[in-house]
Design a protein around this ligand. Structure first.
Ligand SMILES: [Zn+2]
Length: 81
């Protein structure tokens, strides 16, 4: 990017909670999965000026296996199954 340092952007993941303990299909450990809010952002002089494209994922803390969610509520609902 030509204007690196002035203009920036990318994706940011913010941890917003944990599910109930669940069994991972990949590593077979049972742990609470971490729920992340991921958004694209654009920044100008290191100040984020726009965030969009919010999505939510749950991720296994052991092997990083993850799946997408339609909403953050789904993460906490799904985990109680
Ligand atoms: Zn796992």
């Amino acid at each position: 990017m030509f204007f690196i340092g002035i203009f920036g952007g990318g994706e940011k993941a913010k941890e917003i909670g944990r599910t109930e303990p669940k069994n991972c299909p990949r590593c077979h450990n049972t742990h609470p999965w971490t729920v992340y809010e991921v958004s694209k952002y654009f920044s100008f002089f290191f100040i984020p000026v726009a965030r969009w494209g919010y999505r939510y994922i749950a991720s296994c803390p052991i092997c990083r296996e993850s799946y997408g969610l339609h909403s953050k509520e789904e993460a906490f609902h799904y985990s109680r199954d």
